[in-house]
Design a protein around this ligand. Sequence first.
Ligand code: SF4
Ligand code: SF4
Length: 56
Amino acid sequence: MAYVISDECISCGACESACPVSAISQGDDRYVIDADTCIECGACEGACPVGAPVQG
Ligand code: SF4
Ligand code: SF4
């Protein structure tokens, strides 16, 4: 399962540049992960200051 970003996201943007396949983009109220592009590497989880990305 692809990673998903929970509503803990504070839209800091750190995960977007950490993703090796550019699966993350800014959404309306949080950043979002394109499930079809995510390769489940976990880099976003490590980059996030609030632990918002979780494995779906
Ligand atoms: Fe990108 Fe990896 Fe996070 Fe998937 S798990 S969104 S590939 S950084
Ligand atoms: Fe949101 Fe975490 Fe990504 Fe920052 S690093 S935009 S808080 S998910």
